[in-house]
Design a protein around this ligand. Structure first.
Ligand SMILES: Cc1cc2nc3c(=O)[nH]c(=O)nc-3n(C[C@H](O)[C@H](O)[C@H](O)COP(=O)(O)OP(=O)(O)OC[C@H]3O[C@@H](n4cnc5c(N)ncnc54)[C@H](O)[C@@H]3O)c2cc1C
Length: 493
């Protein structure tokens, strides 16, 4: 054994990250693989991932918590939840299942080396409060590090940014001392973050302008689920309510998704009617709320009670659809020639895609080029032994897939134990060798900016079921549990 590994702690499984995916992974591992030793390493000071990192006013989910919550723990309140509520729910899971003793916070993993002679991973992590380096070895790596860099959001470079006299803020790193009271705020972007932040600050600000290059679809409605309220009135057990409401939501989403492909124009008109109902007939919905793409190509944010639109209707917020020519001392000059005055500019412009947690990977001494691999069902990768990555759903709730991948990983680990294998490597079979290789996700189907900016860094997919990454919950919920572990796509040693 090399010197570096002499004082390493060993675990059967090492989970990277204590966000929704990592905490879910720990729960499933404890339940489905009893006797398996594991540790969760998390760079931040607590659990929650996305829900801990993002601290901007109003931070909330944009999908419902009946499906964004785990399948095993009932969600018992309004479907759209604040970050604080999500953290409380996750904290209960950790406490109720005694998972806390498995989690080590303030451990930022910097490298992971696979050795085929030892059949294990060796990881180095920095303890962020002391700077010490600690080492771990693990039989299997369960990557739950999410998909974006937590330290810094994505802000494009615009000319003149240095001239601007006010503050430029990215929502991902929201300064605690930022005071928007009576300020003119320009928020660049029109995704879910914009839709959340604007209604939360509009009442305080002098005015908020949502500056977008192009419009986004929004869905509006009450932050309530009728069937859940009715079942609760009947005093039905929360476990049943959770399952029934999940099925109802998933059914309704499937119908919506199908319709957005078969009758996109009708779906589009329905979405726009929801917007018009808040903004009135005289508002220019055509310019500011009518995207050029068909519904569902990008995630559709839900606006509870139309709060963003109500802020616009009240005159506290407005939308400008234009392009930035340059930042100026006092704000932004647009390509149309119009100027927007601002004291604060918020860049709600997205994330930096981060494929493997900024961890330096080597396999038997060779650096891993992740984009050269082909994905096994969007969770494992050719030539990368004993590793799975939880990449959840984008158009359905992330957690639905985190639960499905967890079941698969646990089944695989139990299978390896049964057959006495210490190494499993997804490998293209002879019949797969000429398969066309396609991008990680079909850009025709789903194409948000952060994925398109980084798609060249991501693994490829093929055109056969084993090598696809469909992002289709309805197919995967049946395919994953039925997938053979002995069809040649996994090589065991
Ligand atoms: C503002 C916002 C709102 C969202 N709302 C929704 C929603 O409503 N519905 C939905 O389905 N999806 C939503 N998403 C997507 C969301 O990111 C996922 O749903 C989900 O929270 C991701 O969970 P995760 O555990 O996989 O990753 P993350 O939440 O990203 O957590 C990963 C964790 O891994 C840790 N980590 C990363 N690298 C390392 C390392 N090298 N060493 C140690 N630790 C590391 C990070 O510190 C982090 O805590 C939202 C995303 C954002 C940014």
């Amino acid at each position: 054994m090399r010197a570096a590994e002499q004082n390493a702690e060993h675990f059967d499984v090492l989970i990277v990250g204590a966000g929704i995916s990592g905490v879910g992974g720990a729960y499933h591992l404890a339940k489905q693989c009893p006797g398996t030793s594991f540790v969760v390493l998390e760079a931040q000071e607590s659990f929650g991932g996305t829900w801990l990192t993002h601290r901007y006013p109003g931070i909330r989910s944009d999908s419902d918590l009946y499906t964004f919550g785990y399948r095993f723990k009932p969600w018992t309140s309004a479907p759209i939840a604040t970050a604080a509520e999500i953290l409380r729910y996750m904290g209960e899971i950790i406490d109720e299942n005694d998972l806390g003793r498995h989690i080590r916070y303030r451990h930022k993993i910097s490298s992971a080396r696979w050795s085929s002679s030892d059949n294990r991973w060796t990881l180095e992590a920095a303890r962020t409060e002391t700077g010490d380096t600690v080492r771990f070895t693990a039989g299997f790596l369960w990557m739950c590090q999410g998909y974006y860099r937590h330290s810094k959001g994505y802000t494009p470079e615009w000319s003149g940014m240095a001239e601007f006299k006010g503050r430029i803020v990215h929502p991902q790193t929201w300064p605690e001392d930022l005071d928007c009271a009576n300020k003119n705020v320009v928020l660049i972007g029109s995704g879910a973050t914009a839709a959340t932040l604007i209604p939360a600050i509009a009442a305080d600000c002098r005015h908020v302008t949502m500056l977008q290059r192009s419009p986004t679809y929004f869905r509006t409605g009450r932050n309530a689920i009728q069937i859940a309220d009715e079942l609760r009135e009947l005093d039905i057990d929360e476990t049943w309510i959770h399952e029934i409401v999940r099925r109802k939501i998933l059914h309704d989403q499937a119908v919506f998704t199908r319709r957005s492909f078969t009758e996109p124009e009708t779906v589009k008109q329905e979405l726009l009617a929801g917007v018009r109902a808040h903004l009135g007939p005289d508002y220019d919905v055509e310019t500011h709320f009518t995207p050029g793409y068909r519904p569902w190509r990008q995630r559709i944010a839900f606006i509870p009670d139309g709060d963003l639109l109500e802020a616009i209707r009240a005159g506290k917020a407005s939308v400008v659809t234009d392009e930035i020519e340059t930042f100026t001392e006092n704000g932004i000059l647009l390509k149309s020639g119009k100027a927007l005055d601002a004291d604060i500019i918020i860049t709600a412009t997205g994330f930096n895609l981060n494929v493997l947690g900024d961890i330096d990977f080597t396999i038997d001494g060779k650096p891993l080029v992740f984009s050269d691999t082909v994905t096994y069902r969007g969770m494992m990768f050719t030539g990368v032994p004993n590793l799975a990555w939880v990449f959840g759903y984008f158009r359905a709730s992330w957690t639905l897939r985190a639960d499905l991948v967890a079941d698969f990983v646990c089944r695989l680990l139990n299978h390896m134990k049964e057959i006495g294998a210490r190494k499993v490597t997804p490998t293209l079979r002879p019949e797969d060798k000429d398969m066309p290789l396609l991008p990680w996700i079909d850009p025709e189907n789903f194409n948000p900016g952060y994925l398109m900016r980084g798609i060249h860094l991501l693994p490829k997919r093929g055109d056969k079921p084993e090598w696809q990454h469909t992002q289709d919950y309805w197919a995967e919920k049946d395919e994953f549990p039925a997938a053979s572990l002995d069809d040649g796509a996994f090589v065991y040693e």
